[in-house]
Design a protein around this ligand. Sequence first.
Ligand code: HEC
Length: 197
Amino acid sequence: MQSALAQFVNSIVSFDSRFDEGRAQVGNVFDQFPNFTVDENEGKNIFMSGPVDQGGGCRRCHADPVFSVFQDSGHIGTIGVAGDAAATDLTNTRSPSLRDVFKPGAGSATNGPFMHDGSLTTMRDVLDHYDEIPVPTDEPLRTNFMNTIDTQLVQFGQVERLNLTDTEKDQIEAFLRTLSGQSVYTDVKWSNPFPGQ
Ligand code: HEC
């Protein structure tokens, strides 16, 4: 039953987004998409390229075309527990898809709050988190945190700093908005299976 539910829940993403339209028009995901604005293409570049290339490195974990995280590696510094401000949990290493994190339509709101504990309210909170991941100062939590954070986020023993500008954060948001489609809201296969009740 768990497997069946997981497969069903994982299916609830739309593949009729502007990203999908653009992807169909180019040979490679790194190409500039003809249907994107300059900012959306720039946001895609930042999302797809690694921190050493002055990028966000998001694709290291949220790989296209699904943009989820399936591998068990490490946490990303989101270590809260919903409903218990004093507790910590270092075991969350997976993410749902980044498709449909924004509601469809230009300028529309997100489907947040984000992360397993709902600790990040807006998309800007998420980007600020990745830009400068807060490291706990108290021991032994600090050591446990550093031992369990995803090693891709650590360089020379320090948690990486992306140093994104406000413009770059706006561009990543513009790109993430292209990952939203309509079908998740309209396809009958995700509608009420018990009509009339
Ligand atoms: C080291 C792997 C890794 C990298 C790099 C990474 N992420 Fe994540 N991301 C995750 C994991 C794991 C979660 C789930 C964490 C949780 O629930 O506490 C997540 C969660 C998210 C969420 C919240 C999803 C939701 O529905 O709650 C967003 C949005 C997001 N990431 C965007 C990004 C962006 C933008 C970048 C690039 C700046 C990025 N991620 C880079 C692994 C990564």
